[in-house]
Design a protein around this ligand. Structure first.
Ligand SMILES: Nc1ncnc2c1ncn2[C@@H]1O[C@H](COP(=O)(O)OP(=O)(O)OP(=O)(O)O)[C@@H](O)[C@H]1O
Ligand code: SF4
Ligand SMILES: [Mg+2]
Length: 394
């Protein structure tokens, strides 16, 4: 039986989450990221910051992206939003955006075609950004302009993207947006330094919401906040998502926080996604040794006290990655194949979760491996039970 981490989920909650996951799979996809790779060119060789990353985002879903510092989370986010500048270069892949069927179907009612964001011409890209996809940037508190009041910063976005909107309507919309994120309208003329950290963060979320986007990428939106304010902001984001129906890619290195807010989680290591699943699945039964290490890097709130094992070693140099599985120098389960071949991200038989690890090279079997015990010699030696990928969390 697996341990329960952070706020415990019961078996029933985990099972419910899996049902939701199955419906999310069949639900409307708004973003389909396919095999995206990004490099930073440089004198000492290219930095392979994002390597063959694929995932889908469903409408209304919160997808969490977690991984240690330098694993490529922000680079991936900036690639999706087409915000990368040289020396960064997207060297492969597609980012397909699916317009809302009811809003964008053509006159004969045909389903709208996906749009490749990476191929958009400048005018189309300008129309896509903020109206379809907006961003809350990493260090968002510093992203606010210190010499403009927040009202001006909100109306600037409206002026840039909706030039026909009247001044009065822009002001009204700014007040409406502040209310939406829980800031009193009388703070419209406040400068960033006159607001608390939490209010500044809310202001950046208000700016991201200005044009009612379908997707918001939030890059470490709560990292600099204390835990109480962090919790309030998370509740605010979930509430806004429920009311407005947008999808979120929520990036953080804090997996415990993601498990609370995300519907689905993708774990990144050295520029690749190594595991995806529902928050409940990853919480209750991590499959990848790296996910397991991340989960053992913060204490449980309930249950017996256990030593935190963490993850030995450091993230690899992305200019000179280890051969085979990039995690092998830090992995207690590594065996010969791990040093030679890079594992692909493979869906398990049920298709609800995926993992990139040679321990699971047979997706039909997809064994449950007890990651709390160091691996014995033969692959599969630490297998404790089998086979259908159900989360076991009690
Ligand atoms: N302009 C740049 N030139 C060269 N390398 C860069 C550049 N920007 C980022 N990198 C490298 O790309 C890799 C991924 O960086 P990125 O900022 O995407 O990581 P991250 O997962 O967002 O980290 P953090 O959690 O610290 O924000 C890192 O190794 C980083 O050093
Ligand atoms: S492929 Fe090998 S080294 Fe990589 S995570 Fe799996 S067991 Fe560890
Ligand atoms: Mg980052």
């Amino acid at each position: 039986m697996q341990q329960v981490w952070g706020s415990a989920l019961t078996h029933e909650e985990a099972a419910n989450a899996m049902v939701q996951e199955t419906s999310a799979k069949s639900a409307d996809i708004v973003l389909d990221v396919r095999h995206v790779s990004v490099e930073y060119a440089g004198g000492g060789g290219a930095v392979h910051a994002v390597d063959d990353v694929s995932f889908t985002l469903a409408r209304g879903q919160i997808l969490g992206l977690a991984g240690e510092s330098g694993s490529g989370k922000s680079t991936l986010a900036n690639a999706i939003a087409r915000l990368l500048r040289p020396p960064a270069r997207v060297v492969g892949g597609e980012v397909l955006y699916y317009p809302r069927p009811e809003a964008d179907a053509d006159a004969r009612g045909a389903a709208p075609q996906p749009v490749d964001v990476l191929g958009l011409a400048p005018e189309a890209l300008r129309a896509f950004r903020w109206r379809r996809l907006s961003m809350v940037f990493q260090s968002a508190m510093n992203a606010l302009n210190p010499v403009l009041d927040i009202g001006t910063q909100i109306t600037d976005v409206l002026q840039a993207h909706c030039p026909s909107m009247s001044r009065r309507n822009r002001q009204e919309r700014a007040v409406e947006l502040l209310r939406l994120v829980g800031i009193a309208p009388d703070r419209l003329r406040s400068f960033p330094h006159e607001l608390s950290g939490g209010m500044r963060q809310r202001a950046t979320i208000a700016i991201a919401l200005a044009l009612n986007p379908e997707i918001i990428i939030m890059d470490e939106p709560t990292t600099a906040l204390d835990v109480v304010v962090q919790r309030e902001i998370l509740a605010e984001i979930t509430d806004l998502r429920d009311r407005l129906g947008f999808s979120v890619i929520f990036i953080t290195h804090d997996l415990s926080l993601l498990l609370e807010i995300a519907d689905r989680v993708a774990i990144m290591y050295a520029g690749r996604i190594v595991e995806t699943g529902t928050a409940a699945e990853l919480h209750c039964q991590p499959r990848h040794p790296y996910t397991y290490g991340l989960l053992h890097s913060f204490p449980k709130v309930r249950g017996p006290r256990l030593a935190l094992t963490g993850i030995p070693g450091s993230p690899p140099n992305l200019r000179a990655l280890p051969t085979g599985c990039a995690f092998h120098p830090r992995c207690a389960f590594a065996f010969d194949a791990c040093r030679d071949a890079t594992p692909d991200l493979q869906p398990c038989a049920s298709g609800a979760r995926s993992v990139a690890c040679h321990l699971y090279d047979d997706p039909a079997a997809f064994p449950v491996i007890d990651l709390s015990k160091p691996r014995a010699e033969a692959p599969g030696a630490a297998v404790s039970s089998s086979p259908n990928g159900a989360a076991q969390c009690m």
